[in-house]
Ligand binder design. Structure first.
Ligand code: AMP
Ligand code: MG
Length: 485
């Protein structure tokens, strides 16, 4: 790994340097060769023992400067002034083949000064879940941290029960969170906030380097990326599950795949996470929560906006309002594409919302419905769509409106193709993830590998993976997901 570490050059109060704690018997579960190639890593993919040693933290690659990052965060609305990497260690940064700087981080590499009462370790289940879902998101074209490797540690971890342990290697544009800014702001460390802001501009928003009122410009740019991201989440039915401010990056990548899940049947109030009792992070709440998190970021950056306090507050409020509008614009653009409509029709918002209401009323599977609609545009029988609704009343009228909006000026096969390019055939279904994890605990990784392979091409139908694309049967439904931390 050709490390080129910048975060480690920041002042000492930004992190704690320390080594991973070795594990007993590391065994490679999976190594992402395509990603390794993108990162220009030149490990021998056949040398599984060496990969296991490196991606468990047992062997430190040359140039690594492992450190635990300091951060704070609002967890379910409550501020915690110190969280930090309690079980993760940043090995360092590499510049990938596209010239992009990427963090390489081990998760589950042992305790750190930020571990509080935790053991610094990760259980196998959450590691596999993060591997599956983060790679699925990336394949869907949604900004997300990536999975480079998963290694079984050969050590047990104690959660509600005794479980096998594992170490996950995550690749991110950076691991800087809203909560990283909060860490310094909460200490009244304005200089820390400024240095972090400068680092983030240089790393993620270099085009702002020369802008006037650059910290405000930075805030706007972060908000814009979050608006884009959350709109993309909603377009595939993704529920993050723990949108705490420490789980929101400033790079605009999805991070921390804990109790996350995809919708099966469409329900905007849907919550999977066992710890989200109030539905704070429900599917349709995600844009409002992103805005709430951005308001917390604004509070950190405000003292650095130009033009005096009053002006700064006004600018922050304007920026937050713009977030709402930008999100709405991205959301509508996503759903217009999902319906296959071109240009901007005045009634498009109603057309989308009415379809979603019909889906909710009919308990229709979110993914299959948009895929069936794509086929309908291509000339398929209407029953393929209608059959997905338990209460199809009103659907036929809606289809007539939709056909009217599509117009006649298109080749059906082309339309279907365009729609299928944005409406996935397969998503990471919860019941399949749980099944893969359950088998892996008994050392059978075949379903895990099959899932990861199937999810690599989500917009293509593949007969070999047809079973993995289906929604759960009633007895297969997973009602709750867990962080497992
Ligand atoms: P998360 O729920 O993964 O976003 O983590 C929230 C906080 O808890 C972070 O500061 C983590 O580092 C910490 N944490 C989670 N699991 C563990 C663990 N097993 N040991 C130590 N710290 C942990
Ligand atoms: Mg987290």
């Amino acid at each position: 790994m050709a490390f080129d570490n910048h975060y480690a050059r920041l002042p000492e109060r930004f992190y704690v340097s320390l080594l991973p704690t070795p594990v007993k018997a590391p065994r490679l579960i999976r190594y992402n060769e395509a990603l390794a190639d993108e990162l220009d890593l030149n490990f021998d993919a056949q040398d599984r023992d060496r990969l296991a040693a490196i991606f468990s933290g047992n062997q430190l690659p040359e140039g690594a400067e492992p450190l635990a990052m300091a951060y704070a965060g609002h967890q379910f609305g409550n501020f915690v002034p110190q969280l930090g990497d309690g079980r993760a260690l940043l090995l360092g940064e590499v510049v990938d083949r596209n010239g992009k700087r990427r963090d390489i981080q081990l998760k589950g590499a042992g305790p750190t000064p930020f571990s509080r009462n935790g053991d610094g370790r990760a259980a196998l289940g959450p590691v596999l879940r993060e591997y599956i879902v983060s790679e699925a998101m990336a394949a869907l074209g949604i900004p997300a941290t990536r999975a480079l490797a998963a290694v079984a540690s050969g050590e047990p971890v104690i959660r509600e029960t005794v479980l096998p342990g594992a170490v996950f290697t995550r690749v991110a544009a950076s691991h800087i969170r809203v909560g990283t800014f909060q860490f310094f702001a909460a200490r009244g460390d304005e200089d820390g906030v400024r240095q972090l802001a400068d680092h983030v501009i240089a790393r993620h928003y270099p085009q702002l380097e020369q802008t006037e009122n650059r910290i405000l410009a930075l805030f706007n740019a972060i908000a814009e990326r979050q608006a884009f991201l959350v709109a993309r989440w909603l377009s595939v039915g993704f529920i993050h599950g723990v949108m705490n401010t420490d789980n929101m990056t400033v790079s605009g990548e999805t991070i921390d795949f804990g109790p996350c899940a995809f919708l099966d049947e469409y329900d905007p109030r849907k919550v999977f996470s066992s710890i989200d009792r109030q539905g704070r992070y429900a599917y349709a709440n995600q844009p409002a929560i992103a805005q709430w998190n951005l308001a917390r970021l604004a509070e950190c950056l405000l003292p650095l906006f130009e033009g005096g306090e009053e002006q700064a507050v006004e600018d922050a409020n304007a920026a937050l309002k713009t977030f709402g509008e930008t999100f709405q614009r991205h959301w509508l653009a996503n759903f217009r594409a999902k319906l296959g409509v071109e240009g901007e029709g005045e009634d498009d918002l109603a057309l989308v919302n009415d379809f979603l209401s019909l889906m909710q009323q009919g308990g229709a599977d979110f993914t299959l419905t948009f895929r069936a609609l794509s086929k309908l545009a291509g000339g398929a029988d209407v029953q393929g769509l209608v059959g997905l609704f338990s209460h199809p009343a009103g659907l036929s009228d809606w289809i007539t409106r939709w056909r009217g909006r599509l117009g006649r000026d298109h080749e059906p096969a082309e339309k279907q193709k365009a729609m299928e390019a944005v409406n996935p055939a397969i998503i990471a279904r919860n019941h399949r993830i749980e099944e893969a994890i359950a088998a892996a605990i008994y050392d059978d990784f075949s379903l895990f590998h099959r899932l990861v392979d199937a999810l690599a091409n989500p917009y293509e139908e593949n007969a070999d993976h047809a079973d993995l694309a289906l929604p759960p049967r009633p007895e297969e439904r997973v009602m709750r997901t867990f962080c497992g931390t």
